[in-house]
Design a protein around this ligand. Structure first.
Ligand code: GDP
Ligand code: MG
Length: 163
């Protein structure tokens, strides 16, 4: 038994940093696998003894003529379909931005199983966002620092019941 975790959220919040931390060195780029596109990188994630498939959404970073909201919607819907649980990441240093609210709305409408994570959570600057994040209506945020490896125990605690 295992599960698939998709990391979603607007550009630059730290999704790929968390993906790389979860996957470690065994970074598997699997563009050739069916159902996996360039927009959703797949790897084998691990926290302590917990193992799972992890998807990093990267499809919003490229500039195209297509509207960002349309791409957000399509990418998020695909992630929800492919994953058992979505880790919705916001940037604790930036605060809750309008684009985050759009994501939250998509996830709520899709009835997705969501873990809300406030990344870049190291330091006092993140405190206000942690409180603000409750307004997204996705429950209690977990505080992460993907770069510094903080909050991995809390992430493991919320993932374990799914496992
Ligand atoms: P993505 O666009 O969501 O995939 O974001 P990236 O993983 O590419 O990270 C965007 C920027 O945020 C990079 O400069 C990272 O080094 C930085 N970053 C990621 N995680 C953290 C963190 O926990 N704390 C801080 N301070 N910076 C972070
Ligand atoms: Mg990325």
């Amino acid at each position: 038994m295992s599960f698939t975790l998709a990391i979603v959220g607007r550009p630059n919040v730290g999704k790929s940093t968390l993906f790389n931390r979860l996957v470690g060195k065994k970074l598997a780029l699997v563009d050739d696998q069916p159902g996996v596109t360039r927009d959703l990188r797949e790897g084998e994630g691990r926290i302590a003894d917990l193992r799972f498939t992890v998807l990093d959404s990267a499809g919003l970073e490229e500039a195209t003529d297509d509207s960002l909201q349309g791409r957000m919607r399509r990418l998020t819907e695909r992630a929800v379909e492919m994953a058992d649980v979505c880790l919705f990441m916001i940037d604790a240093r930036a605060g809750v931005l309008p684009a985050d609210m759009v994501f939250a709305e998509i996830l709520r409408k899709k009835n997705a199983n969501v873990i809300l994570a406030a990344n870049k959570g190291e330091g006092k600057a993140a405190d206000a966002t942690i409180l603000e994040a409750y307004s997204l209506g996705l429950g209690e945020p977990i505080r992460l620092s993907a770069e510094h490896g903080e909050g991995m125990g809390e992430l493991m605690d919320v993932l374990r019941p799914i496992y």
